[in-house]
Design a protein around this ligand. Structure first.
Ligand code: F6R
Length: 239
């Protein structure tokens, strides 16, 4: 197995190591294409990236990993629900001078977006979190390794994680329940993949995904990463 595990002391250390990897990527290849995730896990990475001085983003190309879709008949998200584009702008993108590709502009044509991501043979670096159900991006359980970039239904577990049970029960009809996700096929075409997992509650799913005697399968989409030659898993717990 070609997965490299790095265990650090806490989520800030994971963020710092991840930021250094992005810095190294940009220093070695200034015109890198990098795919960025949203969620709680990468927040310390974005903070650490914001603190690195003199990082030259000017030739880089930044891509969103996924984006919520509006529920039918709605033209805005309800209060407290941020688009992933808005999230990325807030935590990093608005402050860097890079070429940014917004999935929200192409929700109706996911394969056109995949084409942009795959230009130059695929992203140089894709950064991922992992869902408690093993999803990467929003490739939920049941996703084969050749999944294209597409519109998907979010798993119930994902909805509960993202909105909380109470809000989901109250506002289900107006909350985004679908997203467009970069497909596993495009993710696996990335030259290098960095998966971040913090909080010991993620230990079980990391073991399930990367356990030596467990074959990759649709039951745990993150397990497909074992087929990739260059994956780093950064955790703040021992695996
Ligand atoms: C977000 C994404 C998701 C998250 C995952 C973990 O863009 O694609 O796969 O990475 O749901 O979310 P957190 O980090 O909030 O635990």
């Amino acid at each position: 197995m070609s997965v490299q595990f790095i265990n650090t002391i806490d989520r800030n250390a994971v963020g710092l190591r991840a930021a250094w990897m992005v810095q190294a990527q940009l220093n070695s290849k200034p015109d890198s294409s990098i795919v960025f995730p949203t969620g709680n896990t990468p927040l310390p990475m974005y903070e650490a990236l914001g603190r690195i001085r003199n990082l030259d983003w000017s030739r880089s190309r930044l891509f969103q990993l996924d984006e919520y879709c509006q529920p039918e008949g709605m033209d805005a998200f309800p209060p407290g629900v941020e688009t992933f584009a808005g999230f990325l702008d807030r935590v990093l993108w608005s402050r860097v001078d890079a070429q940014k590709f917004y999935l929200k502009d192409m929700l109706d044509d996911p394969m056109q977006y995949e084409g942009l991501v795959r230009a130059n043979r695929g992203p140089d670096l894709t950064i991922l979190g992992i869902g408690m159900n093993g999803h990467i991006a929003f490739n939920e359980p049941g996703s084969p390794s050749d999944s294209p970039t597409r519109r998907v239904d979010l798993a119930e577990e994902t909805l509960v994680h993202n909105f909380g049970e109470e809000r989901l029960n109250r506002d289900r009809a107006v909350l985004p329940r679908q997203a467009v996700t970069l497909g596993l096929s495009a993710i696996l075409a990335s030259r290098r993949i960095l998966l971040l997992a913090t909080g010991s509650r993620k230990r079980g799913i990391i073991r399930k995904a990367f356990g030596q005697h467990i074959a990759p399968s649709v039951a745990c989409p993150a397990s497909w990463l074992k087929m990739h030659p260059y994956v780093t898993v950064l955790t703040d717990f021992s695996v």
